[in-house]
Design a protein around this ligand. Structure first.
Ligand SMILES: C=C(O[C@@H]1C=C(C(=O)O)C=C[C@H]1O)C(=O)O
Length: 258
């Protein structure tokens, strides 16, 4: 997505194409995470004596990553939202002047705390290869979690581009719904069941194709690294509802700015 060209970014077909491409990153990140057990010690606070840090091993490693990634402008990109905004550092690279696309309150719409809670409590256990801590894999497990979390965050917060595109396409309709604070009306207006069903069907096929070693495809040893049905359920129960929550939250404030 070329964020220097607002007109292409706000073309709903282009946005949906970008969301479709993100499916691959998310599925492959889940496949990487599926090599490891649940590793609850990664998510529990204060399990390890981390110097000058209160929180979980994952929170520490993720905040350290965001500290480094922010210095190469990751969080200046309009589609990136940090899980630990306080870790964001200034960059030494030249500033990129992205043209304004989203409303100026976009950063306030971030739901990364909710995404991390759902991921650690429901998604990670569902894609893990077994129960328990593999102490030798703590770092690798947390790294796979970070890749999964960052790809999920980008996909879900892309809902703001969807919302902005829909608002501009039907300004009068959404202005009326927003003025009336008709949340159900906004939810219905942004929902496209046909698109959602197509996404879930495609994920099932991608899960079958990506998660299975092709050389085992015609043997009785076929085993999918992450069950395709699990990927579909994660999107159905979490990814799509959270994307729509971002769309609604973004739209509810849209009349605050022109
Ligand atoms: C993202 C969109 O908005 C909604 C959310 C979707 C999703 O999260 O996959 C799909 C369709 C819509 O219900 C869209 O219209 O493409």
């Amino acid at each position: 997505m070329d964020f220097m060209k607002p007109e292409t970014v706000l073309d709903l077909a282009n946005i949906r194409q970008a969301l479709q491409r993100m499916e691959d990153s998310i599925i492959f990140n889940f496949i990487e995470r599926s090599q490891f057990h649940t590793c609850p010690s990664v998510y529990k606070a204060d399990v390890f004596p981390i110097p000058n840090f209160q929180g979980s091993f994952l929170d520490w490693l993720l905040s350290q990553h965001e500290r480094i990634q922010s210095q190469v402008r990751r969080y200046e990109a309009p589609d990136q939202y940090p899980f630990f905004p306080d870790s964001v550092m200034p960059t030494f690279l030249p500033k990129i002047d992205y043209p304004p696309i989203l409303a100026n309150y976009a950063e306030a719409i971030s739901i990364n705390a909710e995404i991390k809670k759902i991921y650690t409590e429901a998604i990670a256990p569902g894609i893990s290869s077994g129960e328990g801590n593999q102490m030798e894999n703590l770092g690798s497990t947390a790294m796979a979690d970070i890749d999964s979390l960052q790809s999920l965050s980008r996909r879900i917060h892309f809902g703001m581009f969807v919302a902005e595109a829909k608002f501009r396409n039907e300004r009068e309709r959404f202005t009326k719904l927003i003025k009336e604070r008709d949340i159900k009306g906004i939810e219905d207006a942004i929902t496209n069941k046909i698109v959602e069903d197509k996404i879930l069907q495609r994920l099932l096929e991608k899960g079958k194709a990506y998660g299975i070693d092709p050389t085992l495809k015609f043997t009785e040893h076929i085993d999918s690294k992450v069950k395709p049905e699990v990927i579909v359920k994660i999107y159905k129960d979490y990814v799509i509802p959270l994307t729509k929550k971002v769309e609604v939250d973004y739209l509810l404030r849209r009349l605050d700015c022109n």
